[in-house]
Design a protein around this ligand. Structure first.
Ligand code: HEC
Length: 162
């Protein structure tokens, strides 16, 4: 996949379409860190809500998968694997993006188009997916970077890298 603005715009268009469905559901609340945390706590205590958000997350994950990969291995060298990650960790990172403690232009753009329910749903979805290693040898340090058009920055999993 070639990286660059056209790709991001396609993704954001998808996000906008998902946003249209969200508005119809009456779930257009903007994602603040506190709102994400509170909604996750509600979902933890309410199995019916949790399964509803999980279904929403399954749809939203199609957008996330453009960068983070569908079933394990991220499509971009600078995007972390979300699949099978711990819920608490994913939730914490989204809260940090939401309140600016963690900064990343791509994720800030993505989150600007997502509701609280979609964020919590994506966490529920990705954390529940099994991690499946693709067949073949493990990727070289630089192989993924070459195909994506830009090298991975050192320490790309931390906000300080940018
Ligand atoms: C346009 C590409 C792109 C899309 C689409 C995208 N992300 Fe990301 N995401 C990134 C990048 C790049 C990072 C790493 C940021 C950094 O280096 O700090 C990241 C980081 C994250 C992290 C932190 C993970 C960790 O291990 O620290 C989470 C959680 C996350 N994204 C969730 C999502 C969710 C949920 C979606 C879908 C709603 C999504 N992302 C869509 C590019 C993207």
């Amino acid at each position: 996949m070639r990286q660059g603005d056209p790709v991001l715009w396609t993704i954001l268009l998808c996000a906008a379409l998902a946003g249209g469905a969200r508005a119809a559901d009456g779930e257009g609340e903007p994602a603040s860190a506190a709102a994400i945390r509170d909604r996750a706590a509600q979902a933890e205590a309410d199995p019916a809500l949790q399964s509803r958000l999980l279904q929403l997350g399954r749809k939203v994950a199609v957008v996330c998968a453009h960068c983070h990969g569908a079933h394990g291995i991220a499509a971009r060298p600078d995007a972390p694997i979300l699949t099978a990650q711990k819920r608490a960790y994913l939730l914490e990172q989204l809260q940090q993006f939401a309140d600016g403690r963690r900064r990343d232009p791509l994720m800030e753009e993505v989150m600007g188009n997502m509701s609280v329910d979609e964020m919590v749903g994506a966490v529920l979805f990705f954390s529940a997916q099994p991690l499946r290693r693709p067949a073949g040898p493990p990727p070289a340090f630089s192989a993924d970077a070459g195909s994506a058009g830009r090298p991975p920055a050192p320490g790309t999993s931390t906000a300080a890298a940018r």
